[in-house]
Design a protein. Sequence first.
Length: 150
Amino acid sequence: METDVTKQLFIEVSQTYKEEGTYTENCWKFLENIFILIPVTNSVLSALQFVFQTPLLPALDLLDNNKIKKIISPSGRCVFQVLGSSGTPYICLSVLTYCSCAAFRFSVLRKRDYILCKHLLAIKLGLAMEKVKEQEVTDEVMTDIIKHIE
Ligand SMILES: [Zn+2]
């Protein structure tokens, strides 16, 4: 689960990203850039890799391909939708650190192999980099989305 260490990491990602502000279309290029430009970021990335492990690269890939959407309704409710690699949309609750994918149930909750699944990690990184699109829906649609969370 999320700890002070992970929270601090997302803050560092956010700060570094704001200082640099040169996110290109290509996340890999972004990674290369921050490796070259800011020594601090190098350590941030290493720390991200160390803490989040395998889900980090797929998460950056999701971010790179704009697969993350913040869905908001007039009543103020908000969920995140991440389009998985197979095209399956997963609903994530960022505040509660929940994802509807199987990896979250199995590798995060049951086996505790990882702190976050790639979808949640992509959301956290996307929020830190302010790279998450928003979509407004009606309260009825939001109710429907929430009702169908497994
Ligand atoms: Zn997930």
